[in-house]
Design a protein around this ligand. Structure first.
Ligand code: BGC
Length: 518
């Protein structure tokens, strides 16, 4: 989400008659714009902050530090709270907005929430593109962040409800793929606009307007999901929409299921309190830890600050932006590997293989920088520079086929129906919170820990891999409604949370014969 994850509303295996209608295709395009928008915001800030024109206008002290050779440690050139706030404010606003978004998706519907997101995005882009001072810049980022909060809640939900069951899983990772394409697009734009003086950065920030306008236009044209209409008591409209999007008149079985699911969902009076019940602790713990771990891989140190980082290592401006394009492209391609392999080799295998790859590449980067980049000389030779970029790519590729998509996929497939939407909000929130922490702290950490920053992240990779070995069960090919029996009740540790009679009763009530019977 980020990126955002997906709530899969119907159990897999239950396939209703459904054609891939134009509306479903438009929905996929919406996924593209929601994901692209988020990715573009992630990728654009690093390139812009490495551009001299931008620094002279908004951060003259950073510009001076960057160019006064020998005075400031190389590692501290960009250590500036304001500069970090430019990147991080978006995530802080995003996580605050998620709370409101969870209300509007329920009460106003998915479509209106996406429209709200689109409008926030457009106004945010205008503020950023036209910024005259730091305040305008930060206000713009905050507005974009509100857009992210609303979009990351509504778009995934909208998609999972509008798509036929058989393509829901694929759409989940497709959203992540679009995030990575958005990041790459931003890297490419930055590479081009850095050559336009003195307003190239304005073009970079303004081009975010393209996905923003597309998302807004999309939200104006599409219909709301049947689930949302039915949830709000507009049954006949919901029925008509379902007929239209499925391209068939045979929609009664699905209509009844949505009706039943919505009746059950309305019985759960306090979804967030429900999350804290004993039987939900395993899923909740795993969802929260996955988000923290995902961010502590250090991925966003690269995604946000790659150009700045490469610049710190002595790369010329052009080479820094160029290298960021390379890591961005590796990110996209490796996400495709994940789409292909996640249901074949399984989640645990991907996470563990990636753990080894990420650990080794970070240790190597740390050692090379430790030896070659000292406080006051950045004589990284061409050969070493290429080697560092290759190692960064090795790290990014491992992330992109593991923690990137799986950090979102696993929570969306482990929460039971009764807590799925609340679980989703918590997942998005915790993710944005830790994304904020990394965005705000990385450049200062780089200044203080120097090359040790990569050793720091590799330590975390070790911790999360041990967590995967002992505490993360495999969920490959397990239908959602069988998670409790086949996964949690079988797990050496988590099974102790599943032994409550009261819970069994509750499960029967929630997964009543009618709704989830095969
Ligand atoms: C993460 C983002 C990250 C992106 C990189 C996502 O899964 O949540 O924080 O920037 O992957 O591709």
């Amino acid at each position: 989400m980020p990126a955002g994850g997906f709530s899969v509303a119907a159990p897999p295996g239950t396939d209703f008659e459904a054609k891939i209608t134009p509306i479903v295709v438009i929905s996929c395009i919406m996924a593209a714009t929601g994901g692209l928008m988020f990715g573009y915001d992630v990728g654009v800030s690093g390139g812009v902050t490495s551009m001299d024109d931008f620094l002279i206008k908004f951060f003259p002290t950073v510009y001076r530090k960057k160019n006064e050779k020998g005075l400031e440690s190389n590692y501290c050139k960009y250590d500036n709270q304001g500069l970090q706030l430019f990147t991080s404010s978006l995530y802080l606003a995003g996580l605050t907005a998620t709370f409101f978004a969870s209300y509007t998706t329920r009460r106003l519907g998915r479509r209106l929430t996406m429209l709200i997101a689109g409008i926030f995005f457009i106004v945010g882009v205008i503020f950023n593109g036209a910024a005259q001072d730091l305040a305008m810049l930060i206000i713009g980022r905050i507005l974009l962040g509100c857009g992210v909060g609303f979009a990351n809640q509504a778009v995934p939900l909208f998609l999972s409800e509008i798509a036929p069951t058989r393509i829901r899983g694929g759409l989940n990772i497709l959203f992540q793929l679009n995030v990575t394409i958005g990041i790459l697009f931003a890297n490419l734009v930055n590479y081009g606009t850095a050559k336009i003086h003195p307003w190239g950065w304005r073009l970079s920030l303004s081009l975010a307007g393209i996905p923003a306008v597309l998302l807004t236009a999309g939200a104006l044209f599409v219909v709301d999901t049947p689930n949302s209409l039915i949830e709000r008591g507009r049954l006949e409209e919901g029925r008509a929409v379902l007929r239209k999007i499925r391209g068939t008149d045979n929609i009664e079985p699905e209509f009844n299921e949505i009706l039943e699911a919505s009746r059950i969902a309305q019985q759960v009076k306090h979804p967030f309190r429900n999350l804290l019940k004993r039987r939900n602790i395993p899923q909740l713990t795993i969802a929260i830890l996955l988000q923290i771990f995902q961010q502590f891989t250090g991925i966003n140190a690269i995604m946000f600050y790659a150009p700045v980082l490469f610049n710190t290592l002595g790369f010329k401006s052009d080479a820094s932006l160029y290298s960021a394009v390379i890591t961005g492209a590796v990110n996209v391609l490796s996400t495709i590997v994940s789409i292909y392999s996640v249901d074949r080799v399984g989640r645990r295998m991907l996470l563990l293989e990636a753990g080894v790859q990420m650990f080794l590449s970070q240790v190597v980067i740390s050692v090379v920088l430790g030896i070659k980049v000292t406080d006051h000389s950045d004589d990284l030779s061409h050969g070493y520079a290429v080697f560092v970029v290759v190692m960064v790519c090795t790290f990014v590729s491992a992330f992109a086929w593991s923690w990137g998509p799986l950090g979102w996929l696993i929570p969306s497939e482990t929460f039971p129906l009764e807590t799925r939407s609340a679980g989703q909000s918590i997942t998005v929130c915790v993710n944005l919170l830790f994304t904020f922490v990394i965005a705000q702290a990385f450049l200062s950490m780089l200044c203080h820990l120097k090359y040790g920053i990569f050793a720091f992240f590799s330590g975390w990779v070790l911790v999360m891999s041990v967590f995967v070995i002992f505490l993360l069960p495999e969920t490959k090919n397990v239908p959602i409604e069988e998670m409790t029996e086949r996964v949690w009740k079988q797990h050496w540790f988590w099974k102790r949370f599943m032994d409550d009679d009261d819970d069994d009763e509750k499960n029967n009530e929630i997964y009543g014969a009618k709704e989830l019977a095969p």
